[in-house]
Design a protein around this ligand. Structure first.
Ligand code: ADP
Ligand code: MG
Length: 459
């Protein structure tokens, strides 16, 4: 057995100290398996689930390669969505603390082009972004990849699902032949295999157990007639009464319809999918992460990689075609030793999906009929918190402490009534206990935050 201590790796003392300050006591499974190869410069195909520590598995390696005195992009990380790119960027910045003067630029769509161009002109060592925007920069020649040493494809299967194959190929064609290519993917479909063959050299493959500990997630399947889907969904809420839930649908339209249906029956739900504008997406994610929204209805793509705390329930409004995706979906519940429930609705014509899940899990799926569920009449689900949006953000030098200070100071709220605070460029969001909403808004109507009047509204 190889050691799982970071000190067994050939990395700088400064990085070891940094990892200690981050409280990374030992390597996660994927880090332990990947890092020795990544540090040797080998190409890699790594299969691991969300939350397994993939960012450090490539990040620690690519940082060792970077020459701070060369002001060109030496590492490029492609991610499927802006949220994922943000998460990777944040984690890499933490890991880069040990190496002075490393500049990282985020290149994502939905953000103005100019500042990204500016950062690139000033010299960035690491670029993290989404394929579309990176392609734009390459075409406008604001990004050059001649000096690239490490290319990372993070959540590659999802990028392919989103139709990025051609864009990715174009980007890769503009990188030096002699480079290290690290491919991270939760699943390993044939398209990925094909891509790996054409872009990698003698890759090492590592896999980390992707199944969840048995018993932690209770799984139930409900066979229904097509027109009974909505009523069954409602019955599941009224029977299981989960405090939080993520509901999966196939299409954007369905997400909207299901969220509307639930909200109309006193189960407050928000939909998230690719058609939302960036600002709307941000608001939905903020509300879900700060407990102002208890039920999120999402497509697989939109839910992928979201940094969501453990959920009480995952509900499949429809079953996915691929059993691996089923396993990923339900992995959102029952995390960190808690028990979760995974509930799935299917129709007769989707029975084969249940079969393939049984084969994949190597155990029978337990099916029930929804008519047998005892329901609590009048059950309603409202979030414990509500979100207030302030029209001042990072650009106004707003910090969480400023908002917390104003609300617990002059506004007179208790610290315990204030939840998560998220600061964006032009606005900020703060979660407030429902009972304290009026008090907070009343204060904001006249009071000041950081010496200035801010406009506040309930999201
Ligand atoms: P993934 O990309 O696999 O979904 P991340 O790289 O985002 O996962 O890591 C998930 C979380 O685990 C992050 O909050 C990260 O800071 C933390 N983490 C990663 N590696 C370690 C480690 N060795 N020890 C403790 N925490 C870690
Ligand atoms: Mg990740």
């Amino acid at each position: 057995m190889a050691s799982d201590s970071f000190s067994s790796l050939s990395i700088s003392k400064a990085q070891l100290a940094n990892l200690e300050s981050l409280d990374y006591k030992k390597m996660t499974a994927i880090q332990k398996q990947s890092l020795p190869y990544v540090l040797k410069g080998r190409d890699l195909i790594a299969q691991a689930k969300t939350g397994s520590g993939k960012t450090a598995a490539f990040g620690i390696g690519l940082l060792e390669q970077i020459n701070p005195r060369f002001f060109g992009v030496q590492a490029l990380i492609l991610c499927p969505t802006r949220e994922l790119a943000d998460q990777v960027g944040k984690e890499l910045r933490r890991l880069a603390r040990s190496t002075p003067n490393i500049k990282l630029v985020l290149l994502c769509g939905g953000k103005p082009f100019g500042p990204q161009k500016g950062s690139l002109e000033h010299g960035a060592h690491i670029a993290v972004g989404t394929p579309g925007r990176i392609q734009d920069h390459l075409r406008k020649e604001t990004l050059k990849l001649d000096g690239l040493k490490t290319l990372v494809l993070d959540e590659a299967d999802r990028m392919l699902d989103m139709g990025f194959f051609d864009v990715m190929t174009e980007i890769i064609s503009q990188t030096p032949k002699k480079r290290q290519t690290l491919m991270f993917s939760a699943t390993y479909p044939s398209q990925i295999k094909k891509m790996c063959r054409s872009i990698q050299r003698d890759p090492v493959t590592v896999t980390v157990e992707s199944e969840h500990k048995a018993g932690v997630i209770d799984q139930m399947f409900y066979e229904v007639k097509k027109h009974e889907r909505n009523n069954t969904l409602l019955a599941l809420f009224e029977h299981y009464k989960p405090e939080t839930a993520l509901v999966f649908c196939h299409t954007k339209k369905e997400c909207d319809e299901v969220a509307r249906f639930l909200s109309g029956r006193n189960i407050e739900a928000l939909a998230i999918h690719g058609d939302l504008e960036q600002r709307e997406r941000d608001q939905v994610l903020v509300q879900f992460s700060n407990n102002s929204c208890s039920v999120l209805v999402a497509t697989d793509v939109a839910a992928r990689g979201l940094d969501i705390k453990s959920l009480a329930a995952v509900i499949n409004y429809e079953l996915p075609r691929d059993p691996e995706i089923y396993v990923h979906r339900i992995g959102r519940t029952g995390r960190a030793g808690e028990t979760g429930i995974a509930l799935s609705i299917f129709t007769e014509s989707e029975q084969f999906r249940v079969k393939s899940i049984e084969q994949y899990l190597k155990k029978p799926c337990i099916c029930d009929v929804y008519a047998s569920l005892d329901r609590e009449p009048g059950f309603s689900l409202t979030s414990p918190m509500v979100t207030i949006q302030l029209d001042a953000g990072r650009k106004n030098k707003m910090r969480p402490g400023d908002i917390l200070g104003a609300l617990t100071g002059e506004a007179g709220l208790a610290g315990s009534q204030i939840g998560k605070i998220d600061i964006f460029d032009m606005s900020s969001y703060v979660a407030i206990e429902r009972s304290a909403l009026r008090q907070a808004l009343n204060y904001m109507a006249n009071g000041k935050v950081k010496g200035r009047n801010v406009r506040a509204r309930r999201v």
